[in-house]
Design a protein around this ligand. Structure first.
Ligand code: G1P
Length: 900
């Protein structure tokens, strides 16, 4: 029997005995700040940001030991005790025996329900946990049912330790910071307001109040309180055997104050009686507010069971509605998996990369490339909201083509790196164009390129190689011109700067320098001489795309020329001889970056759009040829692949040496995606990837072969054990981009093979040990890790929508160009997708009566809302922007296409 089962088609699932897997955690969050991670034992934490943790910060490595989080206890008339979360010493001891209690977890977007049969007490317990989408309170509804034939008299206790401080104090100053706590009991719970936020760089007065409140189903408050950890666990007890409960400690009353102790949101309710079959519910509220009045408001509202239940219903539908995409293929499990994949970008927007137990990096927030890539999927779901996000994000670009790396809270807010560490990731300039192009494709809003925005400014100049000593906080974080005004330029100008500066920053092989790293953050030890062949190919593609957008701008707006910053002229020199000359390229770049170090004179010149486009095409064409001639490794008749990198000693990473083949997937993905690799080369790459990298049982294509070397001349990844993270794991993001690249070049069967292996491995709960969704990577034993918060989700969704189902925008028109395979059609020969486009909702059904594969079928007929559509090309169906405008926004529009 499968341990994890979907229960409907909205992604909701159940798992039997979930506490048997230590690494499971689930995200709960609101849109306004509170973020929780919750395990099947209700372990995990809850916080607003790095400084504001309600529950003790937890990492994956101690999640299994996390018995001191959310607990709720029941004691019967005989003094027998059980925890509804299974967190008692006795229940823990029964885990590996036949006495283990039955438990079941059910979950959907942002809510989970845990059911447990408390055998010893003949009770059934159900705990529903969620956070209303617009409020900073985590709600725990506990329902207790008497399953015995006799009446029982019971006592209930809630027990939630309140950490109430910064995650930085988890070890450093842990005890000292408890002295700051000012704890009080109120009628309904425990409030903690630390006097200060402890920070040796400057302590700050604290106003945040952390609280845990409790009510029974009729709004009755607790009878007694245990507001400190000491008063709850006693001198010799523990969180799984607390003295307060096992020793019948009396506790204290409401309106008491205790200073300077570890706080505990623990309290006891008045004893109650349950007849056979009867139930009683309790509500526990926990959260963070900066004003006690807000806590009163929350408490008034949610002490009522009906309100809690209504709020759960609203929360469920709020998140379900967010995901406006739905897939129907042959496999219902895959379709449900996709529901979670499409939800993951929302999770990453909320949780950043730091706030689930597998925290990737940082103290909250996301990095530059994640910021842009997460927009990809949001664009497919809510394009209008993304417009502003895109515009604002360009404010992070510096005039030297690099960008801010510390991203502030508000949209378009970028911060100077106070530590003065300059790190330039050479791939960063790539992602804004990819996202902006998708936006223009989806909406036709080419005018966005002419939108004027500011540039980011801090002390880092000359692409991170020098410091502007004249810059200070007073200057601000926006680039100024010599007359001290904030300098602005069009988004097109930002894109040109980003792409042209990179073209000149090459290493000894005339390949773009690796600098601090590229997409692979762990290639961080080759700043001097490292080069990224992989991302040179990506930039070649981007230069072509940018040229195409410029042409589109020209034709759609009848604009012949644009104003751009005079200095950019240096980078647009029309002398193709320079391309081969590394030293000359450096001179040009130096000359440019020197001119925009502190303030820029701000003069603009008029430039012809077609000339700029031509210039970019020349550069892209040269790059392609250069890569094809210098970086292709032709191993034999059937195998060959591109070199991916040069290390700090100028040596190529890929190829056959030291008696073995060395292959990296990244170096293949971008040449394929960007038309650097020829079709013949793609065939060879596929054979090689299948030979050296493919391991379907652990997710499919690994990131690289085992170099068996700690390559300190390339990056920390070689220090990781082989198969972990960036060193040869099946790293979902890159595998998905491999699939996307293959689809783009028409290799649908091979692209699907890569996607399918990821989905199958993830859904194989017995080995992946994760809830449905795509994890950042799969380990060598098939376990999915760093779950939920990964750029792979956006790309998976993008590939499914735009490539597999072929729902693509083309400057605002809708093109349906499916690359489907026979195996994806259900028993009726159908497959379908629900997807928004241009503000309308579409249900697009493909009929494939003869079960043909992409390549073998043509479009035989098509209609929209029963009106036939003209088919001008047998490969795809086309609806113009004008046709789309005639459709109303409210109804679901049905498009049916027959493939034959
Ligand atoms: C993570 C980072 C991403 C980086 C990647 C490879 O991937 O978030 O920025 O490019 O590692 O080092 P993710 O978790 O998005 O899959």
């Amino acid at each position: 029997m499968k341990q994890l089962k979907f229960i409907n088609d909205t992604g909701e699932f159940t798992i039997h005995q979930p506490e048997n897997i230590n690494s499971l955690y689930f995200p709960l969050a609101s849109e306004v700040g509170l973020k929780s991670a919750i395990s099947p034992n209700l372990g995990g934490d809850a916080k607003i940001d790095q400084e504001t943790f309600l529950l003790e910060p937890i990492s994956i490595d101690n999640l299994h030991n996390n018995r001191s989080t959310r607990n709720f206890w029941i004691k019967n008339q005989n003094g027998e005790v059980a925890s509804v979360t299974g967190n008692s010493a006795k229940q823990e001891a029964q885990k590996f025996s036949i006495d283990q209690e039955e438990s079941q977890l059910t979950a959907g977007f942002m809510w989970q329900k845990l059911e447990r049969h408390l055998k010893n007490l003949s009770l059934k317990a159900k705990v529903t946990s969620f956070i209303p989408h617009n409020e900073n309170v985590e709600i725990m509804q506990v329902d207790i049912t008497n399953t015995s034939d006799d009446t029982q008299t019971l006592t209930a206790y809630a027990a939630i330790p309140i950490f109430g401080r910064s995650a930085d104090n988890i070890r450093d100053h842990r005890n000292v910071t408890s002295m700051l706590h000012r704890i009080k009991t109120t009628k309904s719970g425990v409030l903690v307001c630390p006097t200060m936020s402890f920070d040796e760089r400057g302590h700050r007065v604290n106003h945040q109040i952390y609280y845990v409140l409790g009510f029974d189903e009729s709004g009755q408050v607790p009878q007694a309180f245990y507001p400190t950890v000491e008063s709850f666990i006693g001198k010799s007890g523990s969180f799984i055997q607390p003295a307060a409960i096992f020793n019948n400690e009396k506790g204290i009353s409401a309106h008491a104050k205790i200073n300077g102790r570890e706080a505990m949101g623990a309290f006891r309710f008045a004893p109650f009686t349950l007849e056979a079959g009867q139930s009683k519910s309790f509500i526990i509220l926990m959260g963070i507010e900066n004003d006690e009045k807000n806590i009163d408001t929350i408490s008034e509202k949610y002490r009522n069971l009906k309100t809690v239940q209504q709020s759960l219903t609203v929360t469920k539908s709020y998140w379900l509605n967010k995901v406006g995409v739905d897939f129907h293929t042959k496999e219902a499990e895959f379709d449900n998996f996709m529901k979670w994949v499409c939800f993951q970008p929302f999770l990453r927007r909320i949780f950043g990369c730091s706030f689930l137990p597998h925290h990737d990096y940082g103290r909250g927030g996301r990095g530059w490339r994640d910021l842009w890539q997460d927009c990809l999927s949001l664009l497919l779901m809510e394009p209008t909201e993304v417009r502003n996000m895109i515009i604002n994000n360009y404010k992070g670009v510096r005039l030297d083509g690099t960008n801010a790396t510390i991203i502030g809270q508000g949209e378009g807010e970028f911060l100077a790196d106070r530590n003065g560490i300059s790190r330039v990731w050479m791939d960063h300039a790539l992602w804004p164009l990819i996202t902006t192009k998708l936006y223009i494709d989806q909406t036709g809003d080419i005018d966005i390129l002419m939108k004027e925005v500011s540039y980011f400014k801090d002390a880092h100049v000359k692409r991170g190689t020098a410091i502007d000593n004249l810059w200070s906080e007073d200057y601000g974080n926006k680039q100024r011109s010599t007359d001290n005004d904030i300098y602005t330029g069009s988004i097109l100008e930002h894109l040109l700067i980003q792409h042209l500066t990179g073209f000149y920053e090459v290493g000894q092989h005339n390949i773009y320098r690796l600098r601090g790293a590229d997409w692979n953050d762990a290639l961080d030890m080759a700043d001097e001489n490292g080069e990224s062949v992989a991302f040179t190919a990506a930039y070649a593609g981007n230069l072509m795309e940018l040229a195409a957008l410029i042409r589109l701008l020209e034709s759609k707006t009848q604009t012949k020329s644009v104003e751009i910053l005079e200095e950019i002229g240096l980078l647009l020199k029309n002398d193709t001889d320079i391309y081969e000359k590394v030293a000359r390229k450096h001179q040009i770049l130096d000359a440019y970056v020197k001119q925009c170090q502190h303030k820029v004179n701000g003069f603009k010149v008029q430039m012809s759009l077609s000339e700029i486009a031509l210039n970019l095409i020349q550069k892209a064409t040269w790059l392609r040829q250069h890569l094809q001639q210098k970086e292709w490794i032709d191993l034999n008749e059937t195998e060959g692949w591109y070199n991916s990198y040069y290390d700090n000693n100028g040596r190529a990473t890929d190829g056959y040496y030291k008696d073995k083949s060395h292959m990296m997937l990244t170096g293949q993905v971008f040449p394929i995606m960007n038309h650097v690799a020829t079709d013949d080369q793609i065939h060879k790459i596929i054979s090689s990837a299948d030979h050296y990298l493919y391991r379907p049982e652990i997710g499919g294509y690994r990131l690289n072969t085992d170099f068996q070397e700690v390559k300190t001349d390339l990056g920390r990844m070689f220090g990781f054990a082989y198969g972990e993270k960036e060193n040869g794991a099946v790293f979902s993001h890159m595998t998905v981009m491999y699939a996307y690249a293959l689809y783009r070049r028409g290799f649908a069967t091979k692209g699907w093979k890569a996607l399918k292996a990821l989905a199958d491995t993830s859904l194989n709960f017995e080995t992946s040990c994760i809830y449905p969704g795509i994890p950042e990577y799969f380990r060598t034993d098939g376990r999915g890790v760093y779950h939920y918060l990964t750029g792979a989700a956006s790309w998976f969704m993008l590939t499914m929508v735009t490539e597999v189902f072929g729902v693509q925008g083309k400057s605002g028109d809708l093109v349906l160009y499916p690359k489907l395979l026979a195996e994806q059609f259900d028993n009726n020969g159908q497959t379908s997708i629900v997807v928004p486009f241009a503000g309308k909702n579409f249900h697009i059904t493909y009929n494939n009566p003869h079960y043909k594969d992409f390549g073998d079928y043509v479009v035989a007929s098509a209609n929209c809302d029963n009106q036939p559509l003209n088919i001008t090309d047998a490969a795809f169906v086309f609806l113009t922007k004008k046709q789309l405008e005639l459709l109303n926004n409210e109804n679901m529009h049905n498009i049916t296409i027959t493939l034959n």
